[in-house]
Structures are given as structure tokens and as C-alpha cells.
Design a protein around this ligand. Structure first.
Ligand SMILES: C[S@@+](CC[C@H](N)C(=O)[O-])C[C@H]1O[C@@H](n2cnc3c(N)ncnc32)[C@H](O)[C@@H]1O
Length: 310
């Protein structure tokens, strides 16, 4: 049965194909092979590609134009060609900063970072301290009246020294005094005020006759009273930032309140205080929000009551 069936089928197919041949009908349905349509599709493709290419070219050209414009602007700023602009050029700013820092080396307020306690610090803490020293120096560079800075007890064979060179570009050219000597090798003990969060007395002002010391410590693994103990050993005065005097605790979910800041944060507060004469302003601007304190809001002014109401 099967054989007979397939034979019939074959015969039928042959018959259909013969008829098709006679009528010259192309049974292949792939339109791409038809010359007219093929050409149209090909042209569409070429057109699409050409349009894409033109778009890309235009984008490249406009990008190049923008870059040229940017470079021109930079060149103008650097050379001071845009004199109508009151902004200082980068070159002028650099020269002013250099001059200010040089001036501070002879007449500026003095601040030391005491780096004698780094041996007990972890590698991570040493790296963080190197970063804080970079930030502290950066703030001093931006200041209108920079401090004369000293890094004391910084041994050339120490981890911190290596880390400062590794992490801080141009560290050895920083305009500050970097020395292996201790602060008391440089200054008389009666001139020294060691800043420590554990001091009894609050710092009231920053005095040109004094030298202020910051403890080169990072509180990853909080070691209490280290800088206070160091100050005691040196028999020098101590002072804390006047946080209790100007700030109040702020409610927070973790009930976290800390008065211990990083050295660069303390330094920013001192710089602003020296500039403005206002602890309120200095603490408001620089005291980190996450420490759980806010500057005490001013008392509300008394209500003015007009005579008619009395
Ligand atoms: C991270 S703190 C070190 C805290 C450390 N537990 C200690 O023994 O002082 C680094 C330095 O910043 C200064 N400092 C931080 N908070 C201060 C504050 N509230 N008042 C005064 N100095 C502060 C101190 O000189 C301190 O040694």
C-alpha cells in the first residue's frame, strides 16, 4: 500500500512541476532573489548606512569643535587673555597661594601635628592619617591666612612617611616644616597648647604667641585620652574645642554623640575661627553632622507687642 501511495504522490508532483514549467512560473518565494526588489533593498541598506555614517561624522565634528573651544578657554584663562573677567587665572592663583604659604612660614600662626604616636596604629589607620594630612594641607593652601605648619616626630623610616609619599602627590614639596624632631625641641613648653578632646579648658581664642598641637592619631580602634596623656607627659597646657559652650546634643536614632574629630576637621574649624572670630560660624560650617551635635540655636527674639494690644 505504501509503495503505491508514494508512487502516486511522485507522479502528481511531477505533473504540477511540468505545468509550472509550461507556464514559466518561478515557484521560489524568496523575494530577495528577484532582481527589482533586490536592488531596492540593497539601495535602502546603502542609504541607511550612509545616513548613519553621516550622523557619526557630524557628531565627531561637533565633539572636536567643543574640545577645541574648551582648550581655547583653558588657554585664555591660563594666559590671562580674558582680562575682562575679574576671576584670577590659574597661574595667578598658584602664585598667590605660594606667596601666602611662604609668608605664613615667617609670620603665620603656628600649628604642629605631633606624629610621635603612630607606632601603635594599624596600617589602615596610618593610611587614613596620611589622607587627613593631605586634606589639612589642602585647607591651609586655600586659606586667606594660612598657618605655619609643622609635622613633628615624622621619621623618614616610618610607615607614615612612606605612606605620605605614596598617597600625597608632591608631599616632599609641601610648604610646611617636616622634621624628625619633637614639638618641644622646637618650642618652649610654656608656648605650647596641646589640643585634645579630653582637656578641661575650652579653647577661647587662637593666639599668635602660642603653638597649637594636634595629636596625629586616627580613632579607628578608639584609644582614649592618648593625646591628653601625651600632653601631660610633655607638661604643656591643654585645650578642647568649645563644643559644650556652643553646641547642644541633637536627637538621633542611634543616640550617638561624639566630640572627637579628625585632625583636618579640627584644623578647618580653627581656620574659620581665625578668619571670622566666631566659634558659632566655625562650628556651624565644619562640625561633622554625623557626630550628633548642632550649634545651639539663637534664643527666639522677644515678641514685639504694639501698645494697642497691651
Ligand atoms: C582623632 S583625634 C584623637 C582622639 C584620641 N582618642 C585622643 O587620644 O585624643 C585626633 C586629634 O585631633 C584633635 N582633636 C579631636 N577632637 C578634638 C576636640 N574636640 N578638641 C580638641 N582637639 C581635638 C586632638 O589633637 C586629637 O589628638
Amino acid at each position: 500500500m505504501e509503495d503505491i501511495g508514494s508512487g502516486v504522490c511522485e507522479m502528481q508532483l511531477k505533473g504540477v512541476s511540468d505545468v509550472m514549467d509550461l507556464l514559466q512560473i518561478d515557484v521560489d518565494t524568496d523575494v530577495e532573489d528577484r532582481p527589482g526588489r533586490q536592488h531596492a533593498a540593497y539601495s535602502k541598506n546603502v542609504l541607511r548606512k550612509q545616513r548613519n555614517w553621516e550622523r557619526q561624522l557630524a557628531a565627531k565634528k561637533s565633539k572636536r569643535r567643543e574640545e577645541k573651544q574648551k582648550k581655547k578657554l583653558n588657554r585664555e584663562q591660563d594666559s590671562g587673555a580674558s582680562t575682562g573677567n575679574p576671576q584670577f587665572t590659574k597661574r595667578v592663583m598658584k602664585a598667590i597661594t605660594k606667596e601666602r604659604l611662604a609668608e605664613a612660614q615667617s609670620t603665620g600662626l603656628k600649628l604642629c601635628v605631633d606624629l610621635s604616636m603612630t607606632d601603635s596604629m594599624s596600617d589602615k589607620e596610618v593610611s587614613r592619617l596620611a589622607g587627613q594630612l593631605r586634606r589639612l594641607y589642602g585647607s591651609n593652601k586655600k586659606a586667606t591666612r594660612p598657618f605655619h605648619l609643622f609635622l613633628t616626630d615624622l621619621r623618614e623610616d616610618s610607615r607614615l612617611y612612606r605612606e605620605c609619599i605614596r598617597m600625597n602627590d608632591g608631599f616632599l614639596n609641601y610648604t610646611m616644616d617636616i622634621t624628625e624632631e619633637s614639638c618641644l625641641d622646637l618650642f618652649p613648653p610654656e608656648a605650647v597648647v596641646y589640643l585634645t578632646p579630653d582637656a578641661e579648658e575650652a579653647l577661647e581664642t587662637v593666639d599668635a604667641d602660642k603653638v597649637y598641637i594636634l595629636g596625629g592619631l586616627v580613632d579607628e580602634s578608639i584609644q582614649k585620652k592618648l593625646s591628653f596623656t601625651r600632653a601631660r607627659e610633655l607638661s604643656v597646657l591643654t585645650a578642647r574645642l568649645p563644643i559644650d559652650e556652643y553646641m547642644v546634643k541633637k536627637n538621633n536614632t542611634k543616640n550617638f554623640h561624639s566630640k572627637i574629630l579628625a585632625i583636618n576637621q579640627v584644623f578647618d574649624i580653627l581656620l574659620t575661627f581665625c578668619n571670622t572670630g566666631s566659634w558659632t560660624e566655625a562650628l556651624q560650617e565644619w562640625f561633622p553632622q554625623g557626630k550628633g551635635f548642632i550649634v545651639e540655636p539663637d534664643e527666639a527674639p522677644p515678641l514685639l507687642v504694639s501698645p494697642a494690644q497691651t
